[in-house]
Structure formats: C-alpha cells, structure tokens
Design a protein around this ligand. Sequence first.
Ligand SMILES: *[C@@H]1O[C@H](CO)[C@@H](O)[C@H](O)[C@H]1NC(C)=O
Ligand SMILES: *[C@@H]1O[C@H](CO)[C@@H](O)[C@H](O)[C@H]1NC(C)=O
Ligand SMILES: *[C@@H]1O[C@H](CO)[C@@H](O)[C@H](O)[C@H]1NC(C)=O
Ligand SMILES: *[C@@H]1O[C@H](CO)[C@@H](O)[C@H](O)[C@H]1NC(C)=O
Length: 203
Amino acid sequence: MHIWRLKWNLPHLLFGLYLHIIIIVASVSLACSDKVPEQLATVMNCSKHERHTRNYDYMEGGDVRIRRLFSGTQWFLTIDDSGNISGTQDPKNCYSILEIRTVSEGGVLAIKGVKSQYYISMNRTGMLRGKKEYSDSCNFKEVFLENFYSAYSSAKWTKQNGTEMFIALSRNGKPLRGRRTRKEHPSSHFLPRECKEDDKHLD
Ligand SMILES: *[C@@H]1O[C@H](CO)[C@@H](O)[C@H](O)[C@H]1NC(C)=O
Ligand SMILES: *[C@@H]1O[C@H](CO)[C@@H](O)[C@H](O)[C@H]1NC(C)=O
Ligand SMILES: *[C@@H]1O[C@H](CO)[C@@H](O)[C@H](O)[C@H]1NC(C)=O
Ligand SMILES: *[C@@H]1O[C@H](CO)[C@@H](O)[C@H](O)[C@H]1NC(C)=O
C-alpha cells in the first residue's frame, strides 16, 4: 500500500513540492523500525501501567492500534493527566502514546492517551479537550492524505458553514481552534507512527 502510494506520487516529486515531506517520513519510519533499546524501554515503561485498562478495551471490541501522531508541524500529540492537549518534541514522553480504536465503519475512530486515559474530544466551538468519559464528541473521521499523512475531523461538529474541523497542532505545538483549521494545512496533518513493539506488548 505504502509502496504503491510512493510510486503514485513520484511525478510530484519532480516538482520538489513534497520532497521534504518524503524525507521526514523516511527518517521517521527509520526511527521507528530501528528503535534503539533505550526508546524501546521507554515505550514498555509507558505501557506497563495501563495494562488492565487496555484489556478491558479489548473486551469492548473494535480494531485497536497503538500509535504516536506526529504532526506536519513536527510535534507529537499528547494528552496529559489534566486532559490538556498539546505537542511535545520529546520522543520519550509517555503522554504521546495513543490508543486509536475504530468505533464504526467509514473510518470513524476514538483516540485515547494510554497513560492519561483521556479521550480527545472536540466541542461545538472546535476546542480540543481530554475527556475521561467517551461520547460522540470523541469521534473523529480519519482521512488518508498523500504521503502517509492522515487528518482527523470531528465526526460530530462542523464549522457553521458545514466544513470540517480538524485536530491540529500549530507551529508552537498548541492545539488550534477547529474553526481555524483546514485540511490542506500541515497543522492538521498527522503521521501515525507505528511501533510494532507496542502492539506486541499489548498481546
Ligand atoms: C519509567 O517510568 C517511571 C515513572 O513513570 C520513571 O520514573 C522512569 O524514569 C521510567 N524509566 C524509563 C527507562 O524511562
Ligand atoms: C491545562 O490547561 C489549563 C488551561 O489552559 C491550564 O490552566 C493548566 O495549567 C494546564 N495544566 C497543565 C498540567 O499543564
Ligand atoms: C468548548 O470547550 C472550551 C474548552 O474546554 C470551553 O471553554 C468552552 O466553554 C466549550 N464550549 C462549549 C459550547 O461547550
Ligand atoms: C467556511 O468557513 C471557513 C471559516 O470559518 C472558511 O475558511 C471556508 O472557506 C468556508 N468554506 C465554505 C465552503 O464556505
């Protein structure tokens, strides 16, 4: 799938437009597959505390993935213990490890911080906030963009004119108000960083 997309995008590369993104993607994937023991230890350490809760999640069903979301503005999305959403550039930050569960067909999913156990929620005004209780405000539609990036728009709320509001991190790593987000902007683009060791640890 990824190889296919890469080939498909090859003509664009000639224009150099996406070249920097490809380089980022390549280095990030490398970082993930060639995980150094220290990073691995951190991931294991981060996951350890919440095992029981995650087993419970498995009982609820649905496809569960453990990912980090790395933004087009170069931040890892975090949800902390007070439900605040922000970006970090520390790859060892436990709050960036997210559980992404499919809740219904059409790419609707819920995103929860593994350590904080807060769901990302967007309200009517487009503000992002962590919520302990799951509700339909925690549902986001995943849209696959070119070059491996995805965007996540609220499945419940839209702007007043009906356009989508996205999860987005500004250049300073702050969450953007949904009304100010656009699908085309790098602040709404996220690279779901797969870390196979996390998944293994879950089983
Ligand atoms: C593991 O987590 C604990 C507490 O969360 C922290 O004090 C410790 O430094 C972590 N160990 C590693 C290897 O990251
Ligand atoms: C969370 O955000 C609120 C409001 O922006 C702020 O007052 C509070 O200090 C933040 N908490 C932490 C732990 O950063
Ligand atoms: C939306 O969330 C923000 C931040 O949590 C809050 O200040 C605001 O009152 C909420 N608005 C509505 C309409 O719920
Ligand atoms: C909807 O509103 C946003 C600003 O809130 C604007 O940027 C966008 O172009 C509008 N879209 C349409 C289709 O009118």
